[in-house]
Design a protein around this ligand. Structure first.
Ligand code: FAD
Length: 270
């Protein structure tokens, strides 16, 4: 675990950010699941557990999830379960480590931008903003594309849309980190295709999404190939760049079908 000269427990997000900005060596402590593997020393460790960031709030057209909400709380939240055919809650079940599900927080998952996250592709398939203390809202796609900014995440805001997301994560063993992840979302008039674990962070396959939106299900084979060609892939771990590209074709094809089936079922239930 990290060590520090001092530990503080600010009572608000603004106070936490102020301390962070005014120290030349500070770290936020959220669920501690990543930091427990770090041996770094800091002047100040800022514990966020009392900073008022643990609410899940229904705001009408949107749901706000505080940065200190854990994966486990998101998994059982009735508000979150209603989104995207339950995709957010369901993808958290793929996280095999109980400690991670119980303690890891959504704010840290955003800040870390883990390339192998199972959650980020699903969130990127939805309309999500990240709220940064003192800076305001930023679209998730733009946020993930930025280099580490040293900012403090206070919440994420998820739009309530008529949408169904199908997702998958390819793993050798359930406890292994996935070597490819994907999410495909169907909306009334558009599609979004996301691929993660490339090994780059989750990214939208823009050309493939546009092609599917314009041409529909009949184009799905071509769309799956476009997705595998337009994104960057690389050799990492047990999976080569070529294997990732080939698997992406299979994955996107399957996810398009599943999203279409899920969306149709949801529409009939409404
Ligand atoms: C064994 C293992 C398995 C994992 N499996 C998965 C998985 O399957 N899917 C998945 O999505 N992720 C997975 N992860 C990644 C995990 O979700 C992240 O490491 C996450 O950051 C842990 O959350 P935490 O709250 O415990 O973060 P902490 O360890 O407390 O903090 C991690 C980093 O984020 C910073 N931080 C924390 N909160 C904020 C904030 N509000 N604003 C800005 N910076 C902040 C901290 O300063 C620190 O640098 C795994 C990690 C491990 C170690």
């Amino acid at each position: 675990m990290i060590t520090s000269d001092a530990t503080v427990q600010p009572q608000t997000a603004a106070e936490a950010y102020d301390i962070y900005q005014n120290s030349d060596s500070a770290v936020f402590i959220a669920g501690g699941q990543r930091l427990k593997y770090s041996k770094k020393h800091y002047k100040v460790a800022i514990e966020l557990s009392h900073a008022g960031l643990k609410q899940i709030t229904d705001m009408g057209d949107e749901i706000a999830v505080g940065a200190m909400v854990t994966l486990a709380r998101m998994q059982v939240s009735s508000l979150i379960k209603e989104l995207a055919g339950g995709a957010i809650a369901n993808c958290i079940s793929v996280v095999a480590h109980k400690d991670i599900r119980t303690n890891a927080t959504i704010g840290a998952i955003m800040a870390v931008k883990d390339p192998f996250s199972v959650l980020l592709p699903v969130l990127l398939s939805l309309r999500v903003d990240v709220v940064l203390e003192g800076k305001g809202r930023m679209n998730l796609q733009d946020y993930l594309g930025c280099p580490p900014m040293g900012e403090m995440v206070t919440q994420i805001i998820i739009a309530k849309e008529q949408i169904y997301t199908a997702f998958t994560a390819y793993q050798t063993l359930p406890t292994d980190e996935p070597y490819l992840t994907g999410a495909v979302a169907m909306l009334p008039d558009s599609w979004r295709i996301v691929v993660g674990g490339r090994p780059g962070c989750a990214a939208i396959a823009e050309n493939a999404s546009t092609e599917l939106t314009e041409k529909g299900m009949a184009a799905k084979e071509n769309v799956a190939h476009i997705a595998s060609e337009e994104l960057d892939f690389g050799d990492f771990g047990t999976c080569s760049e070529q294997e990732r590209r080939e698997l992406t074709v299979e994955m996107v094809r399957k996810l398009i079908k599943n999203a279409w089936k899920g969306y149709t079922r949801l529409s009939q239930e409404r």
